[in-house]
Ligand binder design. Structure first.
Ligand code: 5AD
Length: 451
């Protein structure tokens, strides 16, 4: 257990909060830090909004469907018991995007705060505590990262660690630069000391986060590169696994692959979103690379001494995507052979460049292309996973499925590999031999020791 530092002005003493998170790992980790700020002020977390004095939603606005979730939650919540006595706050990307309009659209909301303003959260909370019912943190012009004295981490073995916040790219489809503000990197030494604290607290896997994680540049005079930072994190005694997400192909350099090759603690997994296999569409998306340039990066990864697992993100049906462009994406999937693909239908977002383009692909056609992509990828995954039969992998046991009596393990290549195990093994590393393989996970048996 970590002691929560409760400051002299612990004004939340005796009060409770419920915090629900939507969206990416960055949001999940922001919520861990927000919870830490609240707990340091004396608030106590609860599992449902029923018993909470403060209800917070940390929102996602990457696609329209995600953005809608908070409004349906707020609608349902109006009918909840004692709803009028609770303080409701909206955090994250939809908060930033909607800003003060939230107070009009949902008058029960008292706090609207985007992630770039989280460093001001203690001050905003103090305003709420003093009775203000229209509190907002919507500035984007910050140079600060969200540093907290205490972070309430939800997982006992894998810890998130943010190294860079915000985004300075202007990909035509993407709302993130408008919701998370300008790019700002944390100093390398601060990152390493957080890493040491995490190991001391018992964490063995570190997941490094950033909207564009590999755009990180050490702002301190040490001036480390991203690859150097990865190596130094991997060298912290006690760190067994390091993952990083999300990389942008534009900033993906060969020294990252060299770092993975020479540090076993750096996981053999890279997530490199391509978005489309067509150079024309990539240009319209303002991604800053062609299909060929992207494939050169893949080639560099495939030449590594270790077998590095690859995953990607794809948008189906972006403005102006023709059947031929889409064929190019299918052929890219066949050429690269990813181990995992996250595919989405294009969804027009506020304040993005693409909002000025005609959204030419009909909704049904977007859905058809998405399904075709997913089916093509499913076949690739079945084939690639079947090829692992009989191979032995180290897994970190992340959970336990009582129904199946199976421990849920994860390989360093980020595959789920289940095996007959015990709940007490959660958090331990085990050797497992693959005995069967599906498209999304593997099943195995504990490898005999000494083999
Ligand atoms: N529509 C659909 N998908 C999107 N993504 C980002 N913006 C949009 C959008 N407007 C996808 C991209 C990105 C992932 C996190 O979400 O593929 O990499």
């Amino acid at each position: 257990m970590v002691d929560v530092p409760v400051g002299p002005a612990c004004s939340g003493e005796g009060k409770t909060f419920y915090l629900e998170t939507f969206g990416c790992q960055m949001n999940v980790h922001d919520s861990e830090k927000v919870a830490g700020v609240l707990m340091a002020r004396g608030y106590r977390p609860v599992d449902s909004h029923d018993g909470a004095d403060i209800v917070l939603y940390n929102t996602c606005s990457i696609r329209e469907k995600a953005a809608q979730k908070v409004f349906s939650r707020l609608g349902a919540f109006r009918k909840a018991r004692n709803a009028e006595r609770k303080i409701i706050g909206v955090l994250g990307c939809v908060a930033q995007q909607e800003g003060e309009r939230f107070f009009e659209r949902a008058p029960q909301v008292s706090l609207v705060c985007g992630s770039a303003s989280y460093p001001r959260l203690p001050d905003l909370l103090a305003q709420i505590e003093s009775g203000n019912r229209r509190v907002k943190g919507l500035d984007l012009d910050t140079e600060d990262c969200f540093e907290t004295e205490f972070t309430r981490r939800d997982n006992r073995f894998r810890a998130y660690l943010t190294i860079i916040e915000g985004c300075d790219q202007r990909c035509a489809f993407c709302v993130v630069p408008m919701t998370r503000g300008p790019e700002r990197s944390r100093s390398g030494l601060k990152i390493i000391s957080e890493c040491r604290r995490l190991v001391d607290a018992g964490y063995t896997e570190i997941q490094i986060l950033g909207q564009i994680v590999n755009a990180w540049r050490d702002p301190s005079p040490a001036g480390w590169s991203f690859a150097e930072l990865l190596s130094r994190i991997a060298d912290v005694p006690g760190v067994r696994r390091v993952r990083f997400t999300t990389s942008h192909p534009r900033f993906f350099t060969p020294d990252i692959v060299q770092a993975i090759d020479s540090h076993p603690a750096l996981c053999d997994q890279i997530h490199l979103p391509v978005q489309s296999g067509s150079t024309e569409i990539l240009a319209r998306m303002l991604r800053g690379y062609s299909r060929e340039e992207y494939l050169e990066k893949i080639h560099c990864i495939r030449k590594a001494r270790r077998v590095i697992s690859l995953s990607t993100d794809i948008i189906a049906g972006f403005c102006g995507e023709t059947a031929k462009d889409f064929e190019q994406t299918l052929s890219l999937l066949a050429e690269v052979e990813y181990d995992q693909v996250f595919a989405f239908k294009f969804s027009p977002r506020p304040n993005t460049v693409a909002l000025g383009f005609a959204d030419t692909v009909p909704e049904e056609e977007k859905a058809r292309r998405l399904a075709e992509l997913q089916e093509a990828q499913r076949r690739i995954q079945v084939r690639r996973n079947q090829a692992l039969l009989g191979q032995r992998f180290e897994v970190l046991v992340e959970g336990y499925q009582h129904r199946l009596g199976q421990a849920v393990g994860r390989t360093t290549s980020n595959r789920v590999l289940n095996f007959p195990g015990e709940p007490v093994e959660i958090g331990c590393y085990r050797q497992v031999t693959v005995t069967s393989a599906g498209p999304h996970s593997l099943v195995g048996d504990r490898a005999e020791s000494g083999h």
